[in-house]
Design a protein around this ligand. Structure first.
Ligand SMILES: *Cc1c(COP(=O)(O)O)cnc(C)c1O
Length: 374
């Protein structure tokens, strides 16, 4: 059996053709494919505005900039996420505050969000871990009560549904990543969705150096060449080459998500009689899009090492962010989130991606049963 990674892209001839067409066109960086891709994702998710951007981390950074996060502001997020979800707050000079996770869903616990609120709290960044939607109703109720902005880091959740609604249109802003392990890929890439025009304008400025050519908002106009830098932004542009791939990949998103759900169902069934393996929690009224399939096993280190030896690219999502040396050395050394640490001690991500064959999945199942269910 060849090495089985935990996730990987699924690119076919259609995708390749779409990219080659752009290479032969007049635009290789910002051209018509950027807005076409933005519209495609916004329509799919039911959002009004979309800003395609260099990567998922840039999407989070731009969202924090648009939210006006700055020194003295606190932003509450989960420790069980990729470091980008809280680094984006640091980029803006703000302070990430970690709320513990719910022990069943592994997502941020709304009760702990409320406990961590101070007069400095400005926003919440909710991460839909694995593609399992967070408890958005309760998060929004808290946000309303304390006047906070809600940003969803939906890097795992393209195609997921919360109470009949696609993730992407529920909060002030929702960010996605199109890294090759995610649901669809553009190589590197990201997007922010919003229904708020004011936030949309700020996101556009964040993407291009704070520069605008919109005469309605300029302080003056010296002529047709004139543009204004109105804030400090970045070069976070994405290219037409990448967006052509993204458009082509979007055509297959529903099939990709369906395939991930099918693989998850087979894992669920295979482990249901093995008490040593805890399978993902099934939420009512929500549809997980299964970017990841995370099990909990007591002898995680042993299972991890043996599965790696067997050529299976299991991995751990995630190490609690506040335990990273950079965070510990910058004021987080006394932070403890008990549920997050308990989760981290036993978590293991199994391979899941469209294109994982039945034989490969059976091999993974056999090895989990062999090493975890002795
Ligand atoms: C992948 C990921 C990101 C960052 O996306 P990039 O495109 O790699 O910058 C942010 N948050 C989470 C939860 C992710 O999984």
């Amino acid at each position: 059996m060849k090495y089985i990674p935990y996730g990987k892209q699924n690119i076919d001839e259609d995708d390749i053709k779409a990219v080659v067409e752009v290479l032969k066109s007049d635009y290789v960086t910002t051209g018509p494919k950027v807005s076409e891709f933005e519209k495609k994702v916004a329509d799919y998710c039911g959002a009004e505005y979309a800003v395609a951007i260099a990567n998922g981390t840039a999407a989070l950074h731009a969202a924090c900039m648009a939210a006006g996060i700055g020194p003295g502001d606190e932003v509450i997020t989960t420790p069980i996420t990729f470091v980008a979800s809280s680094n984006c707050v640091l980029y803006c000079g703000g302070t990430p505050v970690f709320a513990d996770i719910d022990p069943h869903t592994y997502n941020i616990d709304p009760e702990d969000i409320e406990r961590k609120i101070t007069p400095k709290t400005k926003a919440v960044i909710a991460v839909h871990l694995t593609g399992q939607p967070c408890d958005m109703e309760r998060i929004h109720a808290i946000a309303k009560k304390y006047n906070l902005l809600v940003i969803e880091d939906a890097a795992h959740a393209l195609g997921a549904e919360y109470k009949g609604q696609k993730i992407g249109s529920i909060s002030d802003m929702t960010t996605f990543s199109f890294h090759p392990v995610k649901h669809i890929t553009t190589g590197e890439g990201g997007m922010i969705l919003t229904n708020n025009k004011d936030l949309y304008e700020k996101l556009l400025l964040a993407r291009t150096h704070g520069i605008t050519k919109n005469q309605d908002v300029m302080e003056r106009c010296d002529g047709g060449w004139y543009y204004e830098q109105q804030s400090l932004g970045y070069n976070y542009r994405i290219t037409d080459i990448q967006c052509a791939l993204g458009i082509s990949q979007m055509n297959k998103l529903d099939r990709f998500v369906e395939e991930r759900r099918k693989i998850a169902g087979i894992y669920d069934e295979a482990f249901k009689n093995c008490p040593q393996v805890t399978v993902p929690y099934q939420m009512d009224e929500c549809k997980n899009s299964y970017h990841l399939y995370v099990i909990q096993v007591k002898n995680r280190k042993e299972v991890f090492d043996k599965m790696r030896e067997a050529g299976i690219g299991v991995i751990v999502h995630y190490i609690p962010v506040y335990t990273q040396p950079y965070y510990r050395h910058n004021g987080y050394d006394s932070v403890i989130c008990k549920n997050a640490e308990r989760y981290y001690a036993s978590a293991l991500s199994l391979p899941i991606y469209p294109g994982l064959t039945e034989d490969e999945q059976q091999y993974v199942i056999d090895k989990v049963l062999e090493y975890a269910c002795l």
